[in-house]
Design a protein around this ligand. Structure first.
Ligand code: UD1
Length: 344
């Protein structure tokens, strides 16, 4: 039997690339789109090394309907789409809000329109726990209300979910799952694939590993005076491979038994809250590497405490996180070392 083709937008990015590996492992045929605006070819090489497969790849922009149409025409029957292609830097979105709305909203609109023209009806959307803002209570389940977004980036995720919910309501054939990620970290255990920010990292773990690799002078922990046990923020750090596998479970469900109401959403987290300082200490313990860090001022717009209640994903997708944060830190460091050719 021919394996099912899944279009993966943003497939050269951190989450997209790891998901492509897991799609291959589960017998799907991923078709990748990326415009390399926030990524480069390194991760595509990594996918090929891990899977031993030749990639089907198109370079282009998801806001470009003509380009998308061309891909759908060329590929023929696509069973579903996973839409990762989006900008994701909170700080950058505050500086360039129009760019964020333009890219993140228009790409989704173009994609859904082109999907409809080609009768492709199954979509997995990359959402984020940012939709909840600062939650009233933790762990956060899927029924927590959307608070006013802390950033234009967060607003784009809320708007995209709203667009999809409305689109599903108006179209009986369209089926969508939004996956709300907590904090994905780590790398593929082979060290062939990992996070590769093209500029100075904004996220915590690439900043840690680049500091450990002496690319950055020191890690600043943003805020040590929050109302938490050690004064630093609390997050739910989830291994990237666990996150990628959840996408396969989600597409299996869409194409298999299906979902109720045409639109579903799931938190993807471990269910464990870990503080930023705890994570830094774990990194030092797990790797034995010295890390230059200090506690600095708070970063504007940071949520203080959030972690997931992942029960809905467990019950309905039969998915739960298998790796620990220590596994993720060990793998992130192995990836960084391989990338920089370090022998530490
Ligand atoms: C945020 C969003 C998340 C989004 C992600 C995309 C929330 C709750 N989360 O994650 O949905 O997908 O951005 O980038 O809005 N930190 C430091 N020093 C650093 C870097 C980070 O102390 O150099 C701290 C931050 O203050 C934060 C934690 O580490 O407390 C995690 O930060 P980061 O990795 O940037 O992710 P979030 O901001 O949690």
């Amino acid at each position: 039997m021919k394996s099912k083709k899944i279009l993966v937008t943003g497939g050269a990015g951190y989450i997209g690339a790891h998901t492509v590996v897991e799609l291959f492992a589960s017998g799907y045929s991923p078709v990748i789109i990326d415009n390399f605006s926030k990524s480069d070819r390194t991760l595509l090489d990594g996918i090929e090394k891990i899977t031993g497969k030749a990639l089907t790849f198109y370079e282009g922009d998801c806001t470009d309907r003509q380009f998308l149409n061309g891909v759908f025409e060329k590929e023929g029957k696509l069973e579903g789409v996973m839409h990762f292609a989006a900008y994701k830097s909170v700080g950058e979105s505050v500086e360039f809000p129009i760019m964020y709305y333009q890219n993140n909203i228009n790409s989704l609109l173009a994609l859904v329109e082109v999907m409809k023209e080609h009768q492709v009806n199954n979509l997995i959307f990359s959402s984020s726990c940012t939709v909840y803002g600062e939650p009233d209570s933790i762990p956060v389940d899927e029924y927590a209300p959307f608070k006013k977004a802390e950033s234009p980036y967060g607003a784009t995720k809320q708007m995209c979910e709203q667009i999809l919910e409305d689109a599903v309501r108006a179209d009986i054939d369209l089926k969508v799952i939004s996956l709300r990620y907590f904090n994905p970290i780590g790398a593929h255990p082979s060290a062939m694939l990992g996070e590769l920010p093209i500029d100075k990292p904004n996220n915590l773990v690439p900043y840690i590993t680049q500091t450990a690799a002496s690319i950055r002078e020191k890690l600043v922990i943003f805020g040590g005076d929050y109302d938490t046990p050690d004064g630093t923020c609390i997050r739910d750090f989830i291994h990237i491979v666990d996150l990628a596998q959840a996408h396969v479970k989600a597409i299996d469900k869409l194409l298999g038994e299906g979902i109720s109401d045409g639109y579903q959403y799931y938190n993807l987290g471990t269910g464990q809250g870990i503080s930023v300082l705890q994570l830094v200490k774990e990194f030092i313990e797990v790797t034995g590497v010295k890390l230059n860090y200090e506690i600095g001022p708070r970063r504007a717009g940071d949520v203080v405490k959030t972690y997931a209640n992942p029960t809905k994903a467990k019950n309905e997708l039969n998915w739960s996180a298998q790796y620990t944060s220590r596994d993720a830190l060990r793998d992130a460091w192995a990836w960084e070392k391989r990338l920089r050719r370090l022998n530490t």
